[in-house]
Design a binder for this molecule. Structure first.
Ligand code: FAQ
Length: 333
């Protein structure tokens, strides 16, 4: 396993200071040359922790993110919409699995990460603590939440850590399909009856600001951005990505004929960007503290699913013990 190589690497404590500095400098040179860092390569402990933190949060977000949309699978208005929604929710589950696997290459186990999530000790994206009240919310999530996810995640395909970057390539392709299905759903509603247009407008009004918050705190308050960008984990700051998303999304809203739920939104000719009114960071912090509209409900649903799935895990272990010849190659040894 990759983790054995990590265990064997010399720790900072035992290394002579000058040697450690030289090693850190060589590591940074590799990053600056845009070389990929692979699991068996030497890496600073802080780099490894930074990646585990971000990849785990990302994986948890995908898994918890299945819940708001899963809520509408039984109520999708047509067979076609139901099939598409089931496929999308399954994709999110798959993304979680690729990401937990990427995190495992850094020396943590998926079981430990899931335990942290269920214990309420892990972060996942703020956006999934909002409710899906109407069918139009499914369109708004695809258009705005997947749209924001793509804006944030395309640069992660060039992240310096190989396994994360490679996982993101496929994830981004699937997220693009998700975004399009959401936009197509909104377009159908926007071109539908007055009641459908009102439903689309209402969903847009509720999801717009939480979608802007997905990009994280403003650059002035972001704890990790500077180091993360030096290590080319993040390629753009939170505010840069938020602005790209706003500039891409406002014309899409205009095309749909929806009004932007922000009276202060305006085109700024000098900067050539749309400017929004202030973001309610108090609300963002409340959601991160666990006091968002659905935080408790989401964790309760994950715990229930985990307990209900105990027999599946037990059966898988029993099967693996009976049939070691079927074990995946990566887990042997
Ligand atoms: N929610 O210093 P920064 C998706 C935390 S996937 C909750 O700026 P960083 C697909 C942050 O962790 C969506 N917490 O941190 C989908 C840190 O806390 P810590 C998830 C947040 O890491 C669609 C603290 O605030 N995407 O949508 C949030 O440099 C539809 C300080 O922040 C990813 O995870 C937040 N919004 O930048 C699925 C992408 N923002 O750890 C289903 C990868 C910040 O010190 C349906 N992640 N925090 O306790 C990233 O790009 C980064 O981690 C950021 C945050 C940009 C999220």
């Amino acid at each position: 396993m990759y983790t054995q190589a990590l265990d064997a690497q010399p720790g900072a404590a035992g290394a002579d200071d000058a040697e450690q500095q030289a090693r850190l400098a060589r590591f940074q040179e590799r990053i600056d040359r845009d070389e990929k860092i692979e699991p068996t390569d030497w890496m600073p402990e802080q780099y490894r922790h930074m990646l585990i933190r971000q990849i785990a949060q990302h994986a948890h977000s995908e898994i918890v993110g299945m819940l708001p949309e899963g809520n509408w699978i039984t109520r999708a208005p047509s067979l076609r919409r139901k099939v598409v929604l089931i496929a999308k929710v399954q994709d999110e589950g798959g993304h979680g699995l690729y990401l937990y696997s990427a995190a495992e290459t850094l020396g943590v186990t998926r079981a430990a990460l899931i335990e942290q999530l269920l214990a309420g000790q892990a972060r996942y994206s703020s956006i999934f603590n909002y409710p899906t009240l109407t069918w139009a919310d499914i369109g708004a999530i695809g258009w705005l939440v997947d749209g924001a996810a793509i804006m944030n995640q395309i640069p992660l395909c060039r992240c310096s850590y190989g396994p994360y970057a490679r996982a993101m390539v496929r994830i981004c392709k699937e997220e693009s399909f998700h975004q399009r299905q959401g936009y197509e759903l909104m377009l159908t509603l926007a071109r539908g009856s007055a009641a459908q247009r009102a439903m689309a407008q209402d969903a847009f009004a509720r999801w717009w600001r939480p979608a802007l918050m997905m990009f994280g705190p403003s650059d002035a308050h972001s704890v990790h951005t500077a180091q993360s960008m030096r290590w080319k984990i993040k390629r753009f700051s939170n505010d840069e990505l938020r602005q790209k998303f706003i500039d891409a999304t406002v014309p899409q809203a205009h095309f749909l004929g929806l009004s932007i739920p922000d009276p202060e939104l305006r085109w700024d000719a000098a900067s050539q960007h749309f400017q929004t009114g202030p973001i309610d960071w108090g609300e963002f912090e409340a959601v991160l503290r666990g006091d968002g509209p659905c935080n408790r409900e989401r964790l309760a649903a994950r715990r229930e699913a985990h307990e209900a799935g105990a027999w599946v895990r037990a059966a898988a272990v029993a099967y693996a013990e009976k049939h070691p010849e079927h074990a995946p190659a990566a887990s042997v040894g």
